[in-house]
Design a protein around this ligand. Structure first.
Ligand SMILES: CCCCCCCC/C=C\CCCCCCCC(=O)SCCNC(=O)CCNC(=O)[C@H](O)C(C)(C)COP(=O)(O)OP(=O)(O)OC[C@H]1O[C@@H](n2cnc3c(N)ncnc32)[C@H](O)[C@@H]1OP(=O)(O)O
Ligand SMILES: CCCCCCCCCCCCCC(=O)OC[C@@H](O)COP(=O)(O)O
Length: 216
């Protein structure tokens, strides 16, 4: 993964991108943890590699395993693949991950939206990451990337201003929590991350839930 990190980190120069990172000290939880972040596009791979701590594996959709050499590289990088279409299968894999996290002392990075989303807001969170954290009784560390939509032209695949703000938020403890607490933990994480997302993106969180820039 260190090799992948070095390789992928160079892409930011191609895109003329700068990352403004805050809160890296929040990764120092001194134990395994579940890292959750918003997911906008494949370009998140640059943001991921920009701050990925050592000893951290990612959860990816199984389809990515069959993407030729990239799939192989991901597999060799220790990525864990889940079948999103089968909850029971995903649950089994994630239950295994909870055990491995503790025995191998690894962190796990999950995108709780479960899919890429460039709509300038966060999709509702899936619960798997939070079940995992509670099963392993490890902290959840939220990470938020500012919206690409204000400066990334999808059509031309170009970044215009090229600054992405990243914030690693305070760890959320799960010690003593049980599966009954999953929904509350998910919602708490969601609202903290959504608030941060709007702040970092310079978006106003409209009362009716829609977001617009300060400028409009
Ligand atoms: C030149 C260089 C080249 C380099 C090349 C290599 C570079 C890169 C290398 C390396 C970096 C790689 C990085 C890759 C990144 C890829 C990212 C993706 O692929 S994102 C898509 C996949 N990720 C997810 O989907 C996770 C989020 N999803 C979940 O966590 C879901 O919860 C999931 C999949 C586990 C289940 O899916 P559900 O759709 O059924 O989700 P729900 O609604 O949350 O669950 C349904 C019910 O099941 C329960 N449940 C869910 N998980 C459970 C669990 N673990 N245990 C018990 N119950 C669980 C829930 O509580 C819920 O039940 P109640 O509604 O509460 O009654
Ligand atoms: C162009 C920036 C640097 C990219 C260099 C590495 C290129 C290969 C990266 C392979 C990982 C792809 C990550 C990704 O973004 O996959 C999509 C899934 O998350 C969700 O799938 P979907 O939105 O549900 O289709």
């Amino acid at each position: 993964m260190r090799i992948i990190k070095t390789a992928v980190k160079t892409f930011k120069y191609l895109y003329g991108l700068r990352f403004e990172v805050k809160g890296l000290e929040n990764f120092k939880v001194g134990s395994p943890c579940v890292i959750v972040s918003n997911h906008q596009s494949i370009l998140d791979m640059m943001g991921l590699m920009e701050i990925l701590p050592d000893g951290c594996v990612q959860i990816a959709k199984k389809e990515l395993l069959y993407t030729g050499s990239v799939g192989l590289v991901m597999y060799l990088g220790g990525v864990i693949f889940i079948n999103r279409k089968s909850t029971s299968n995903a649950k089994m894999v994630m239950a295994d991950v909870a055990k491995t996290m503790l025995s191998e002392n690894v962190m796990v990075w999950i995108y709780p939206e479960g899919t890429r989303n460039g709509n300038g807001d966060l999709l509702p969170f899936k619960k798997g990451a939070f079940h995992l954290a509670i099963q392993a009784q490890v902290p959840v560390v939220p990470v938020v990337y500012s919206s690409f939509s204000s400066f990334y032209d999808r059509k031309k695949n170009l970044f215009t201003s090229g600054k992405i703000r990243v914030e690693v938020l305070e760890p959320i403890e799960t010690k003593g929590l049980t599966p009954e607490d999953v929904t509350e933990l998910t919602n708490r994480c969601y609202s903290t991350m959504r608030e941060t997302f709007f702040r970092l993106s310079g978006l106003v969180n409209e009362p009716n839930g829609s977001a617009r820039t300060h400028l409009q």
